[in-house]
Design a protein around this ligand. Structure first.
Ligand code: PHB
Length: 529
């Protein structure tokens, strides 16, 4: 396809996302100024501004203090590749099991051009000075999976690998490396490959290929250890029999696209709202990319058009642009996202800590309501604070991250308790019988928890401390279980309980919904502290 045939705004939007990802990885600072992006992409400032306005509107980029940063929601593009590939779904449980059994890290990687990209990482023992993240790219010659994939390379593949050297790869290649790599690729014909300290002194790995029903190697499973525990020979002897016995054959037949009511294209309405700053064809193109994760093996053009609500011709132009840039591929009638999509911020975002994900949302709420905002989880009979953005101090106790309070007496605790079964509730309350902490404390917790469950929020009015009122709502995981609670604490002087609820609940609930959306997109990459 000629350069002119590409959808320009989509191409430029992807260039900006790529530049932001590279800058976040390089400098390890997330806040990026638009002027740095114009320099790095070579695009005009006005173009960068329109791209950024569109990406902010889509929730892929966050804006603050005249700088921009990647937002967790962007992971939905990488998720389209991961879901469409079917690989994490098929191999994550096995990788978890093997990591437990061997007490070593286990990873799954796919070939991506001249490199190897990680799609699953189960980290057990820290063996490396840097841990590879989902989405990271390693030079093929520097890791065990690379030799497995290179075993099937044609002369053209070898030539492409040689061209890519030094260009995209972080580690410079030494002169004997090609001979050595070719020798290891030949040896990998035996069905396994080793990494004897190729990437880092002390780090060793053994990998086996995972094939599909046609015998094609689709990905590789690696077990990663350290020379303090194993030689490469003893690691291979220890893990290969189990790896070989357990590695499944992957289903290569495309899955039926999940049936769904055809989506409506919302970009027209947004365009009318936002105006010239909104690049409709960028939004539509990214929507097409995100839609490709709806079925393993990808979607046909008609399915993409239906899933996105776009005319077939529009969807087709977006798909061809994505294919031309290496983000999508076509097999038969189906289009699927390619591993390269993970270069769009996935490694940075999937390794974000809990606080990094949650704090911007809590800070936004604090700015809006000008009251202290917190998040807590249930820990035994207590709540434990896991994040907090104070406005000013109104409590006599100084609450910080890690602080604990009895669950029954706090708004967040009541929200967390209300999600438990009545048996679990009774068990916890028996261990800490509610006792009044102020003259207003309620101790009829059965009735209180039933009310909280019915209303979906908890209001604690001077029951924990005189003068203090707090309002909490649950934060649910994708399966609907309450995993945390967030609250706003206000002084009673703010108004009546009812006016406090009316003033704070909508903003609090909206914040919980935004946090839930981020958690859903981060899937298993994310664990509560
Ligand atoms: C890893 O998962 O970190 C890994 C896997 C294979 C290697 C090196 C590192 O060869």
């Amino acid at each position: 396809m000629t350069h002119e045939g590409r959808v320009g705004p989509l191409e430029r939007g992807l260039a900006v996302l790529r530049a932001m990802s590279e800058m976040a990885d390089m400098a390890d600072v997330d806040a990026i100024r638009p002027s740095d992006l114009t320099r790095r992409t070579g695009l005009a400032r006005s173009t960068v501004d329109r791209v950024l306005a569109t990406l902010v509107r889509l929730g892929y980029v966050r804006e603050s203090d005249r700088s921009v940063r990647l937002a967790p929601r962007l992971m939905e593009l990488g998720n389209a590749y991961l879901a469409g590939s079917g690989i994490p779904e098929a191999l994550e449980p096995l990788a978890e099991r093997l990591a437990d059994e061997f007490d070593e890290s286990v990873s799954v990687a796919v070939p991506d051009g001249a490199g190897v990209r990680f799609v699953t990482q189960i980290t057990r023992r820290r063996t490396m000075s840097l841990a590879f993240r989902i989405g990271d790219l390693l030079p093929a010659e520097r890791c065990a999976p690379g030799a497995l994939f290179a075993a099937g390379w044609t002369a053209g593949d070898w030539a492409r690998w040689r061209c890519a050297g030094g260009l995209a790869m972080a580690v410079p290649r030494d002169p004997g490396a090609e001979d050595d790599f070719r020798r290891r690729a030949r040896a990998a014909g035996d069905g396994w490959a080793e990494d004897d300290q190729l990437i880092e002194p002390g780090l060793i790995a053994v990998a086996v290929p995972v094939r599909d029903g046609r015998g094609r190697p689709v990905c590789a499973i690696s077990v990663v250890s350290h020379t303090s525990r194993h030689s490469i020979g003893s690691l291979a002897g220890h893990v290969l029999p189990r790896l070989r016995a357990e590695t499944p054959v992957l289903d290569h037949r495309p899955a039926e696209a999940r049936p769904h009511a055809g989506a409506a294209d919302s970009s027209r309405r947004v365009k009318e709202e936002v105006g010239a700053e909104f690049l409709q064809s960028l939004a539509r193109g990214l929507g097409v990319l995100a839609s490709l994760g709806r079925a393993r093996g990808g979607l046909t053009l008609s399915e993409v058009a239906e899933a996105t609500g776009l005319p077939r011709a529009t969807a087709r132009r977006a798909l061809l642009t994505l294919a031309d840039l290496g983000y999508a591929g076509q097999e038969g009638r189906r289009f699927a996202a390619r591993p390269r999509v993970l270069e769009l911020g996935y490694a940075r975002l999937s390794s974000m800590g809990f606080g990094e994900v949650v704090l911007p949302h809590l800070a936004g709420l604090m700015e809006q309501v000008r009251e202290s905002v917190s998040m807590a989880v249930l820990d035994g009979t207590d709540i434990r604070y896991v994040a907090r953005v104070p406005a000013y101090r109104i409590m006599s106790v100084d609450i910080t991250v890690g602080s604990r309070l009895p669950a029954y007496a706090t708004s967040m605790g009541r929200v967390l308790l209300a999600d438990l079964s009545s048996g679990e509730q009774a068990g916890l309350l028996a261990r800490t019988p509610p006792r009044p902490l102020t003259r207003r404390s309620r101790t009829d917790l059965d009735a209180v928890l039933a009310e909280v469950a019915a209303r979906g929020y908890a209001l604690v009015d001077e029951e924990l401390e005189e003068g203090l009122r707090s309002l909490a709502v649950p934060v649910r995981d994708a399966g609907g279980r309450v995993i945390a609670a967030i609250n706003v604490a206000a002084h009673v002087a703010r108004g009546t309980p009812e006016s406090t609820r009316a003033a704070l609940l909508p903003a609090l609930s909206a914040t919980a919904a935004r946090i839930e959306a981020d958690l859903a997109v981060m899937r298993s990459a994310f664990r509560l502290p």
